[in-house]
Design a protein around this ligand. Structure first.
Ligand SMILES: CC(C)(COP(=O)(O)OP(=O)(O)OC[C@H]1O[C@@H](n2cnc3c(N)ncnc32)[C@H](O)[C@@H]1OP(=O)(O)O)[C@@H](O)C(=O)NCCC(=O)NCCS
Length: 337
């Protein structure tokens, strides 16, 4: 059972501990995307494609790409500063920083450590890699430290610079991806609010379908490969299924959801997930037309924009659902406080 409700914790010796679990929720949001816009029309000059094909098959109209001087850490730092301000906290209030990314600048040090230094935080920091499901994985990971009362405030960032790893001669992939970062502060919230259910999963047998191999001895060594049709089939099947499992884990169904914030990969995949959940598209947040697929960053960027545009009200039931390379999938149900 994946439900996080306050209850007595059972210690390893079977005795009931005196501590109860604390509800964890999102108390601040922020995001940053690069200023540089790459339109479908510009892509027509790079590969044999058309604005019409890209819009029809994906819903994407443009995406953001880092300019010289920008990098993953700088996007994550800007998103983090905005989330901290939104939460009314300073970097010194943080107990942990987790960056979900599959496009780090370096294998080490971690992006999270770079962000910790840039913010002037004094806490632990690590990266988490679950591709496009990474933000939800990191959110659930953070919520466990809050639930046990061992930490008070955790910064969870989803950030990607996909443009560094895209093969700009491959029309099957280069039209899909973009750069950006979104951040959430995770802290204790009132009982009955915050993260009330989740579902995490992986099927490594599908790893070859979407991968980016690192070959340090070769120049231009890491590029994204994708079997689009197979990933599409997986996404359509798993996106609805993981959301249903997360909702069932807290006794809810699609009809109880006020806002679905899905991974922004393809409008056709999102529509099929909404159908499976019996949700009208008015209850689904979509911004992929502006940013494309920013992998682990899509969900926190969308959440941050949803808050800014008052699409989320106190008491709303919000479902986050992601899927991606691994293959992985992840959903979370939040009662907004
Ligand atoms: C990539 C994707 C948009 C392709 O759409 P599709 O409808 O499946 O298209 P297909 O792959 O069947 O290709 C259809 C045709 O369009 C062509 N095509 C592929 N990319 C093209 C492009 N950018 N412009 C024009 N034509 C293109 C193909 O070569 C193919 O031509 P053919 O029939 O002559 O072989 C779609 O498969 C998809 O979204 N998959 C999931 C991707 C995803 O979400 N990845 C991230 C997961 S986190």
């Amino acid at each position: 059972m994946n439900v996080l409700v306050p209850r007595a914790a059972v210690e390893s010796n079977g005795q009931i501990a005196s501590k109860t679990l604390v509800q964890a929720g999102i108390t601040g949001l922020g995001h940053r995307v690069p200023d540089r816009i790459l339109t479908n029309a510009e892509l027509e000059t790079l590969v044999e494609t058309s604005d019409e094909w890209i819009r029809d098959r994906t819903g994407i109209e443009e995406r953001r790409i880092v300019a010289p001087g920008e990098n993953l850490a700088s996007l994550c730092e800007a998103a983090a500063r905005s989330a901290l301000e939104n939460a009314g906290l300073s970097a010194l209030d943080l107990d942990l920083i987790i960056v979900a990314t599959c496009t780090p600048e370096n294998l080490f040090p971690s992006t999270a450590a770079q962000v910790q230094n840039a913010l002037g935080a004094r806490c632990g920091a690590f990266d988490l890699e679950a591709a496009c499901s990474g933000f939800v994985y990191a959110l659930i990971c953070a919520s466990q430290f809050i639930a046990t009362g061992t930490m008070k405030n955790i910064l969870v960032i989803g950030g990607e610079v996909m443009s560094r790893y895209v093969d700009w001669t491959d029309r099957n992939t280069c039209i899909l991806f973009g750069d950006g970062a979104g951040a959430a502060v995770v802290s204790a919230v009132e009982d009955g609010f915050g993260i009330i259910g989740f579902d995490l999963g992986a099927d490594g047998s599908g790893g070859e379908l979407l991968h980016c191999a690192v070959r340090p001895t070769e120049t231009n060594n890491a590029q994204i490969f994708q079997n689009g049709r197979e990933v599409y089939k997986f996404a359509v099947e798993q996106m609805g299924a993981t959301a249903v499992r997360a909702l069932e884990s807290c006794g809810l169904s699609g009809e109880d959801v006020d806002l679905l914030v899905p991974h922004q990969a393809n409008i056709r995949i999102i529509k099929s997930a909404a159908k499976r959940l019996k949700m009208p598209m008015e209850k689904v947040f979509v911004n992929l037309q502006k940013y494309g697929n920013t992998s682990a960053a899509t969900i926190p960027i969308a959440l941050s924009e949803a808050r800014q545009s008052n699409r989320i009200q106190s008491g709303d039931t919000v479902v986050l659902v992601g899927f991606g390379a691994g293959l992985t999938w992840a959903s979370a149900v939040l009662k907004w406080s």
